[in-house]
Write a protein that binds this ligand. Structure first.
Ligand code: PGA
Ligand code: ZN
Length: 420
């Protein structure tokens, strides 16, 4: 048996940043190399995502994951034991085949992904390599490794903040060359924003992703505040720090009436009206990225938006593409967006996630590797973003360890890349 043979795979139930159960999995190799991965969990999930298996019943108010844990320990682990952990593609493929469903509903995407990520991490430990380097040994990426530009969600709304604001996320996007400078600029702006909010009598309590969640009038007020915070922090809006937003519009869409309800503002928009409003945002504010601007199945809305908004702005499909190559290939063919959000647990294995990244890169789509609103201390996404040469990473605000851990990992990777 080779030293990279799988000795054991052990899953268990742990908590995510919202206090809900999620799956952790430890993989140990014959060499003694061992690592544990933890799976994230979304709140504003897309209908086309792979299935996150939950137990139902009374335990943890139905949110337990003991079934997924059992699927790992009783079914996946015995099958994979003894196999070569470095064969990540084959092992992910085997788990997908054993599950046998299109959406991983038998084992649960949370079960399969926990094993998939723990395999990659244990192999990196065995290779004595940082994860991003080990991933590049496992997969052949078309792009060079690079440090992604962070899109920092400093104002939380929608499902993540009790609908304090209609759009889910208003982000700052530092444009500096070095990661250390990007993170410093983000954190400084975040603190100035707190001061501004306090001065205006707004709350500075935070939402699920560590951003502030004041009850603002509308998203325009949010953008105004961000521009002001950037200036007062000593940076130039647009040049030093740009803006971005995840509208998460699937959450607002009334499919029967074909309208988008901005409930906090008390206004409704047709797709055409909404497109006009986005144009106005682009005119007024230095926006470089807009996500889920139309609902997950509103293909017409998306297609019409690309020629109008897509010239200088990433139009990012999250719920729209769900990290799924079938949906992404249609989006590429129909020119329905120009960027994709990548979330490991939307599809449920590392190999399929890499396939989506590569398909996007080959089509010239921008890639943003993303956390979920329910996170853990796991920092795999930082390494994946670097390894794949993704343009962006989206991992929340500059507070709360579940978000900041990823930024800290990027700071470490910057040093690793410099050979320090
Ligand atoms: P989610 O939100 O993790 O709750 O889906 C993040 C996003 O919509 O980008
Ligand atoms: Zn989103």
């Amino acid at each position: 048996m080779s030293t990279t043979a799988i000795k054991s795979i052990v899953a268990r139930e742990v908590l995510d940043s919202r206090g809900n159960p999620t799956v952790a999995c430890r993989v140990t190799l014959k060499s003694g190399a061992t690592a544990e991965a933890m799976v994230p969990s979304g709140a504003s999930t897309g209908a086309h995502e792979a299935i996150e298996l939950r137990d139902g019943g009374n335990r943890y108010r139905g949110k337990g994951v003991l079934k997924a844990v059992k699927n790992v320990n009783n079914i996946i682990a015995p099958e994979l034991k003894g196999m070569d952990a470095t064969k990540q593609r084959a092992l992910d493929g085997l788990m997908i085949q054993m599950d046998g469903t299109k959406n991983k509903s038998k084992f649960g995407a949370n079960a399969i992904l926990s094993v998939s990520l723990a395999l990659a991490q244990a192999v990196a430990v065995h290779r004595r390599m940082p994860l991003w380097k080990s991933l590049r040994k496992t997969y052949s990426f078309s792009h060079k490794p690079s440090l992604p530009v962070p899109t920092m969600n400093v104002l939380n709304g929608g499902e993540h903040a009790g609908w304090s604001l209609d759009v889910q996320e208003c982000m700052i996007v530092p444009q500096m060359k070095k990661m250390t400078d990007r993170i410093r600029a983000g954190a400084e702006t975040f603190h100035v924003l707190a001061k501004l909010l306090k001065a205006k009598g707004y709350a500075t309590t935070v939402g699920d992703e560590g951003g502030f969640a004041p009850k603002l009038k509308n998203v325009e007020e949010a953008f105004e505040l961000l521009v002001q915070a950037i200036r007062e922090a000593g940076y130039q809006p647009g040049k030093d720090i740009a803006l971005a937003s995840d509208v998460a519009s699937t959450e607002m869409y009334d499919a029967n009436k074909q309208i988008y309800n901005f409930r906090t503002e008390g206004k409704s928009f047709t797709a055409a009206e909404l497109l006009k409003r986005y144009q106005e945002w682009q005119k007024k504010y230095p926006i470089v990225s807009l996500e889920d601007i139309f609902a997950e199945d509103d293909w017409e809305g998306w297609k019409k938006s690309v020629p109008v908004l897509g010239k200088k702005c990433a139009l990012v499909g999250d719920d729209f593409f769900v990290t799924n190559v079938e949906r992404l290939s249609r989006g590429i063919k129909e020119k329905a967006a120009n960027a994709i959000l990548i979330k490991l647990n939307q599809i449920g294995s590392l190999t399929e996630t890499v396939a989506a990244i590569e398909m996007a890169h080959k089509a010239g789509f921008a890639v943003s590797v993303s956390h979920r609103s329910g996170e853990t201390a796991d920092t795999t996404i930082a390494d994946l973003a670097v390894a794949s040469g993704a343009a962006y990473i989206k991992t929340g605000s500059l507070s709360r360890s579940d978000r900041v851990e990823k930024y800290n990992r990027l700071l470490a990777i910057e040093m690793e890349m410099a050979g320090k």
